[in-house]
Design a protein around this ligand. Structure first.
Ligand SMILES: [Zn+2]
Length: 97
């Protein structure tokens, strides 16, 4: 699968990888800026992968916009955003129509 994400002008590849390949059993996702790569643990549940993806996007925003958010804040935001987006699949239609 070849997925791309454009975030604030940076083109990232999104890979779904095994935890072993990601090199750390603790995390379900990580961003590699050198390679413009977002990796998500493919063995996690679909919901966990979605939340991990949002989490890594927030890390990108945190870095690029110099927000200086702590890891715990990023964790809480990704959890909250995921809940809202999951419960409102029509989210982007709310403002368009
Ligand atoms: Zn994190």
């Amino acid at each position: 699968m070849n997925n791309k994400l454009k975030a604030l002008g940076i083109d990232f590849d999104v890979h779904f990888s095994s935890k072993r390949k990601m090199g750390n059993g603790e995390y379900m996702g990580r961003v590699n800026y050198q390679e413009c790569l977002i990796e998500i643990d493919k063995t996690a549940t679909e919901q966990q992968q979605q939340e991990a993806f949002l989490h890594e996007l927030l890390h990108i925003l945190n870095t690029e916009l110099e927000l200086k958010l702590e890891e715990d804040t990023i964790h809480r935001l990704s959890y909250g955003l995921h809940c809202i987006l999951r419960d409102n699949p029509q989210f982007f239609n709310i403002t368009i129509n």
